[in-house]
Ligand binder design. Sequence first.
Ligand code: NAI
Ligand code: MG
Length: 475
Amino acid sequence: MFEYAPAPESRDIVDIKPSYGLFINGEWVEPLGEGRDKTVNPASEEVLAEVAVAGEADVDRAVQAARKAFTVWSAMPGSERAKYIFRIARIIQERARELAVLESLDNGKPIRESRDVDLPLVAAHFFYYAGWADKLSYAGFGPSPQPLGVAGQVIPWNFPLLMLAWKVAPALACGNTVVLKPAETTPLTALAFAEICRQADLPPGVVNIVTGAGSTGAAVVAHPDVDKVAFTGSTEVGRLIARSVAGSRKKVTLELGGKAANIVFEDAALDQAVEGIVNGIFFNQGHVCCAGSRLLVQESVAEELLDALKRRLSTLRLGDPLDKNTDIGAINSAAQLAKIRELSDAGEAEGAERWSPACPIPDKGFWFPPTVFTGVAQSHRIAREEIFGPVLSVLTFRTPAEAVEKANNTPYGLSAGVWTEKGSLMLWMASRLRAGVVWSNTFNKFDPTSPFGGYKESGYGREGGRHGLEAYLAV
Ligand code: NAI
Ligand code: MG
């Protein structure tokens, strides 16, 4: 293994304020209550900033501002709305380096990923939906599809700015206004986005950002004047939300958890598959709803593949997220680390064999080494429950039918990967896998033109692509 000198990205480019208010009606306002929360850098446990906690009355102010702005925004010709969204996309590109550093500081993800994956996709998403704003009549939802009104959006901490883009861009393109609540451990890029809305001269109230934890999110979802609810996060909270809006006229989309199978057949290009497995489960520390957390490998090549995988994992570098050589960053929070530890310990206790490469762990911060479990049975918790960390469970199969059966043996159904040189086998598999996305000889590939969403307990509704417009239109 090569020795690499540290290559840290400078954090001077970001200007983090000691304290942030709420972004309501185009202004920074103080919350009505006393509530304040802190967001930390998970790689150092350093407090980055103090952030307001919005109570019900604050959420009400934000929804009222969004309601008022809806009159203006929904009446604007689509070609005019598009100009604002294009402007937002361009400002994001101009400020990409700053936003990438901010994301890595607040979330713990490697700068290589925030810089090369998150930020380009964020900008692409706004560009893509800006293009739809004046073409909604041709999207296949009737000659004159109308916006829904105020969208209440609650997002998670694994891709903070990217999940904001997935929610905000289609909402605005369709003529809706937004009240968005970022996750409590990663609010800073959403607050930077509020500044970008001002920079783009977006009319006040079109985008409102309210910070806080679960109770703030619950207030957004339950507000009677919210017309559309969009949520990405845990299946558990997704259930609460589905219950909270049941019987109301609110339209809902839920993007929840996953336990995806990454399936490798004996004829696959194994070196390429190894890269896909690594990208599938160790990208973003495994904090990915569509992560390939279950490797299903054909028995005849299992040993060869696992040897190659372990060799590859021994070259991954874990450490400072701002170092450009870092492959694996910090776990987002102490709570998430505790969950990963608990499930990994359960894997060992239930009889699976645990392996990690030699991997020095920094003294401060939240870290978990890349981990592989072999000898995993389908009944093990690590084969059934979402770990949401850098932990791979390996199972084997002999026939395509067995692979399908094992892959579908999960309450989730967000994604799957299939590795084979045979096109016919690929299509045979894809038509039988109960998953919203099936990747072929690749994994974790995202594009704004491609719809994304789940089956079963992974949620309902689609985000991205033409399909993603439907959730924000009265059709
Ligand atoms: P979570 O579902 O509690 O948090 C997601 C968002 O929902 C956050 O903004 C949170 O403040 C908000 N929220 C929490 N309770 C709410 C409520 N009652 N009403 C409305 N909003 C509410 O997820 P958490 O606790 O951070 O992570 C727990 C597990 O969930 C993870 O270990 C992982 O397995 C899964 N998860 C899945 C994600 C995905 O992308 N599918 C993203 C984040 C977590
Ligand atoms: Mg943080």
